[in-house]
Design a protein around this ligand. Structure first.
Ligand code: NAI
Ligand code: MG
Length: 485
């Protein structure tokens, strides 16, 4: 295992300056793959959030407001360019913070973070609004204005990718922001602040306050009366707490929450393709992706063949050092999360399940939160392991007999984020895709994303949609102006 040679301390970024907390409080940042300390992080709370919100509010009426769209586009493009320039450094920090393979950070997380800026800066030019004439009496036209100060609250699994997915459209629409990164992964957000400053973003437009969620920086941001909107990605239970607290100041909310996504495999699909993609949808990023397909349903006639191949391939996956290019599965994010994920493996045994592969710490890895990719069979729809989000490299596989039966099982959940359907029957593909209660349904693929398309969850997996115009809808207000003729 590569030991940690680089340490980095993370300060808040408020009004264009890196600053410690007012009372100097900090917390440790841990490398989950080695359990070593990576550095210290300023621990913010209500006072730091207040300073950041005040800076963001001032910046709303500064040069950020008066600059031309061209200038704004140039700055956003430059942020994307600088992320690309610093790809290797950012990928390294992201993997140190999360334990994910560095090839994954370097080839997906960081390039896509840059692309978020390039994509949304291009999108600015496509935004149009509406005009409505009322006989000869009046002309109405709508203009888009920023919502104001927006709070962005992020999870630890895809730190820079998910942060920039919110930040780029929030800035493109002219808002100012206060970011509360996940406490477990503060490093790339800190570097991003530096990048934004270097790209020429005016002071106060972007602010970062580190800290925890409940009773800390996260809660203070949600409660702050001068924050107009909160965009939150994280757990469904946290979403409920935030909604209750945001009600006091009636904030606009965008939610991307948890999931327990089905992967439905019909016997007529191409099994080799299914296996190849299912390896990713099950275990990429240690299964710590909201879109991972953790409930696998296989038509009975293909079940045995599927299990044999899936188990064999899974046993080949190399788990270990995030900085070894051969590693496919890195470490889970934290001790606490490791305990939570492994508790579901014990529960699966209590519920009558069979562990077909994995289920334990890989041999020889005594430090770090490593877990073998785990396949569980023999459970039924009422088991907690089948119903609850685990957010780790753990999947259940259940056979089914008919389309009706599988649809009923698939939809028997409070979640509704995404789903995959595998079949070569065109009509069935359309039928099943239409019936699944999820915001995103992939047919014969997974995680194929066009950033113009609506992204988000149904039921308790989210509120609202992100992507293309949908992001601009959230990050701007439509104001109607009526002129009497
Ligand atoms: P979490 O909900 O524990 O924390 C997310 C963020 O919210 C952190 O920055 C945390 O400090 C903050 N927070 C926690 N309590 C808060 C409070 N009371 N007020 C304000 N802020 C608070 O989620 P976690 O464990 O970081 O991330 C994993 C979860 O995120 C999973 O449930 C996963 O499904 C979900 N997720 C959803 C995605 C989607 O697009 N739907 C994408 C990625 C993750
Ligand atoms: Mg960390």
């Amino acid at each position: 295992m590569q030991t940690t040679t680089v340490t980095m301390d993370c300060l808040h970024f408020i009004d264009g300056q890196f600053v410690p907390s007012l009372n100097g409080t900090t917390f440790d940042n841990i490398n989950p793959a080695t359990e070593e300390k990576l550095g210290i992080v300023a621990e913010g709370g209500a006072p730091e959030v207040d300073l950041a919100v005040k800076a963001a509010r001032r910046a709303l009426s500064g040069p950020w407001k008066t600059m031309t769209a061209n200038d704004r586009i140039t700055i956003l493009r430059r942020i994307g360019d600088l992320i690309i320039q610093r790809n290797d450094e950012l990928a390294r920090l992201e993997s140190l913070d999360t334990g994910k393979p560095s090839w994954l950070s370097g080839s997906i997380d960081i390039p896509r973070s840059a692309y978020n800026f390039h994509f949304f800066s291009d999108y600015i030019r496509t935004i149009t609004t509406e005009a409505t004439q009322m006989d000869n009496v009046a002309l109405n036209y709508a203009i888009r204005v920023p919502v104001g100060v927006v709070g962005l609250i992020n999870p630890w699994n895809l730190p820079l990718l998910l942060l920039t997915w919110k930040l780029a459209p929030a800035l493109a629409a002219g808002n100012t922001v206060v970011i509360k990164p996940a406490e477990l992964t503060p490093m790339t957000a800190t570097v991003l602040a530096e990048i934004c400053r270097d790209a020429g973003l005016p002071n106060g437009v972007l602010n970062v306050v580190h800290g925890f969620g409940p009773d800390s920086a996260g809660a203070a941001l949600v409660e702050h009366p001068d924050v107009n909107a909160i965009s939150f990605t994280g757990e469904t239970t946290t979403g409920k707490v935030i909604m209750a607290s945001a009600a006091k100041t009636l904030k606009r909310l965008s939610y991307e929450l948890g999931g327990k996504n089905p992967n439905v495999i019909f016997a007529d699909s191409n099994l080799d393709e299914v296996i190849e993609t299912t390896m990713k949808s099950s275990f990429i990023n240690q299964g710590e992706v909201c879109l991972c397909g953790s409930r696998i349903y296989v038509e009975r006639s293909a079940y045995e063949d599927f299990i044999n191949k899936f188990v064999a391939k899974t046993k080949e996956l190399i788990v270990g050092d995030p900085f070894d290019p051969k590693t496919k599965v890195g470490s889970l994010i934290s001790q606490e999360h490791y305990e939570r994920v492994t508790s579901y493996i014990s529960l699966a045994l209590e519920e009558g399940g069979t562990i077909e592969s994995g289920g334990k710490r890989p041999e020889g890895l005594n430090k770090g939160y490593f877990l073998e990719p785990t396949i569980i069979t023999g459970l039924t729809r009422d088991c907690r392991v089948v119903k609850e989000e685990i957010f780790g490299p753990v999947v259940t596989v259940i056979p089914f007999d008919t389309e009706e039966e599988v649809l009923e099982q698939v939809n028997d959940t409070h979640y509704g984020l995404s789903a995959s359907v595998w079949t070569n029957d065109l009509r069935r593909a359309h039928r099943v895709a239409a019936e699944i209660e999820a915001g995103i349904v992939w047919v014969n693929t997974w995680f194929l994303r066009d950033l113009r398309t609506p992204f988000g969850g149904m039921k308790q997996s989210g509120i609202g949609r992100e992507g293309g115009l949908h992001s601009f809808e959230f990050y701007s207000e439509l104001k109607n102006i009526c002129i009497k003729l």
